[in-house]
Write a protein that binds this ligand. Structure first.
Ligand SMILES: Cc1cc2nc3c(=O)[nH]c(=O)nc-3n(C[C@H](O)[C@H](O)[C@H](O)COP(=O)(O)OP(=O)(O)OC[C@H]3O[C@@H](n4cnc5c(N)ncnc54)[C@H](O)[C@@H]3O)c2cc1C
Ligand code: FES
Length: 427
């Protein structure tokens, strides 16, 4: 019998799924995903996946109903389930990526991007959720269904011209696809896996720790704005952005405690100097473009200040002298940090402006409101600007929309959305 895991029986996908199974006479049991023990079991068995999750033995399907339905039909076909919907066994379609010289089978319902990343193909991407346009690709052959995305990431005109977003494209059959542009402007640093020692930990705010890792002479080069994957034994690996300039001998990370977050909560409760952490990377393409000579907008939400600091400090260190506007969006004063440091940079660099914006606390000391609204008020025309954004999904999404309205070109947007990838819904 199928088990269906959901955190809320009001979830529309859960309801669509169970209504359909009832109609087809397929038995199932409901399991409560908001129970931490159940959630832990699911993560151990299937990794991180989007609810609702339908499972039987070690087989599972997850995410929206329309994505799960063909998988469940196929599974019923294999196990001889409800005769009314058990069709012939499905042939998994093929994904062909000529640039990677690879052809492989893709699971029904999987997006092109996730299938490519699972295969270790360095497919260009950033938000993985249809917001940034970094995974824009040309569909060479076949048909896809496109999940929700913003107009900024992919316009109707681009769609009409055969472009798709790999992170939102679910193949309807075998497809051939190529990403746009050169190898996604990814900087050429060797990806490494290193064992690092925690050199120091200090408190930046009530929920952000500043963690410094000693490289002890091991080589690790990266471009300002990139991130690394940190793993601690027994915990899921998570991405964290380097906050320091690349020329420093230690790596600095700003780690926010996410309520009920597995890895960040453990780090906050238990990590101590001397502990060992496995570091992989560097990854990401939202790095400082040194060749850009136009103005720069750098927007951070919460611990998004880490990559934004790395980018801004590096730009100033390299003598980039165009206007650089930094906006730091937080909820209340207790979320602000590194203010003195940014003030000292402002004091010594006439091209730098630094604007903290508080969303939930009216005060005479700082700008208040949403950081995206503050930018909209201050900057009308961002044509030829370069924008770097890092922080939580709603802030990145709102800011991206404002920037698109201010005529920022999508090639000039470099965004890092701080989330645990598989759990981030499409807009
Ligand atoms: C490219 C990249 C760079 C990143 N850099 C940083 C960084 O420099 N500093 C940093 O603090 N984090 C950063 N993150 C986020 C980080 O990787 C983890 O997602 C985060 O620490 C939560 O992991 P966790 O295991 O504690 O929580 P999980 O166990 O993964 O999540 C627990 C619950 O919290 C929700 N959740 C996950 N992330 C968030 C969030 N950001 N806000 C609110 N709810 C959330 C989940 O949906 C889930 O319901 C980055 C993410 C990416 C993709
Ligand atoms: S990675 Fe696909 S739109 Fe951002």
């Amino acid at each position: 019998m199928f088990s269906i895991y959901t955190a809320s029986s009001a979830c529309p996908d859960f309801r669509a799924l169970t209504d359909w199974l009832v109609r087809e006479g397929v038995p199932y049991t409901e399991k409560d995903l908001s129970d931490r023990t159940v959630l832990k079991h699911i993560r151990e068995q299937y990794g991180d996946c989007v609810a609702p999750i339908t499972a039987i033995g070690d087989w599972f399907a997850s995410g929206p109903f329309e994505i799960q339905k063909p998988k469940i039909e196929a599974k019923l076909g294999q196990i001889g389930g409800a005769g009314s919907i058990a069709g012939p066994e499905v042939q998994y379609p093929e994904l062909h990526i000529p640039q990677a010289k690879q052809v492989f089978n893709i699971e029904p319902g999987q997006t092109i991007l996730s299938a490519a990343l699972v295969k270790g193909i360095p497919y260009p991407h950033c938000c993985r959720s249809g917001q940034c346009g970094k995974c824009k690709s040309r569909l060479l052959e076949g048909e896809v269904s496109l999940l929700g995305h913003t107009e900024f990431a992919l316009s109707e005109e681009e769609k009409a011209n055969g472009l798709i977003l790999a992170c939102c494209a679910v193949p309807k059959g075998s497809v051939s696809v190529e990403w746009l542009g050169p190898h996604h402007e990814k900087p050429h640093h060797s990806e490494r896996r290193l064992q690092c020692r925690v050199a120091a930990i200090d408190t930046a705010t009530h929920d952000i720790l500043r963690v410094r890792l000693a490289l002890d002479g091991q080589p690790f080069s990266f471009s300002a704005g990139q991130h690394a994957r940190l793993s601690l034994e027994g915990l899921p690996a998570r991405d964290y952005s380097m906050a320091n300039r690349p020329d420093r001998s230690e790596l600095e990370f700003h780690i926010r405690r996410v309520p009920d977050g597995e890895t960040s909560s453990f780090i906050h409760a238990n990590l101590k100097p001397g502990d060992s952490i496995t570091l992989e990377g560097p990854f990401g393409s939202s790095h400082l473009r040194q060749e850009h000579s136009g103005p720069i907008l750098a927007v951070a939400g919460g611990s998004g200040l880490a990559p934004i600091h790395s980018i801004v400090a590096t730009a100033l260190y390299l003598g980039m002298d165009q206007p650089i506007h930094v906006y730091f969006g937080v909820r209340t004063e207790q979320d602000l940090y590194m203010l003195d440091h940014f003030q000292s940079l402002v004091d010594t660099h006439r091209n730098l402006r630094f604007t903290p914006v508080l969303s939930d606390q009216p005060t005479a000391h700082y700008r208040t409101g949403m950081v995206s609204d503050a930018i909209a008020e201050d900057l009308e025309n961002l044509n030829e600007w370069k924008a770097y954004i890092a922080g939580p999904p709603p802030m990145v999404k709102a800011t991206t929309l404002v920037l698109a309205g201010a005529r920022l070109q999508s090639r000039n947007l470099h965004a890092d959305v701080f989330f645990t990838p598989e759990e981030h819904p499409h807009p």
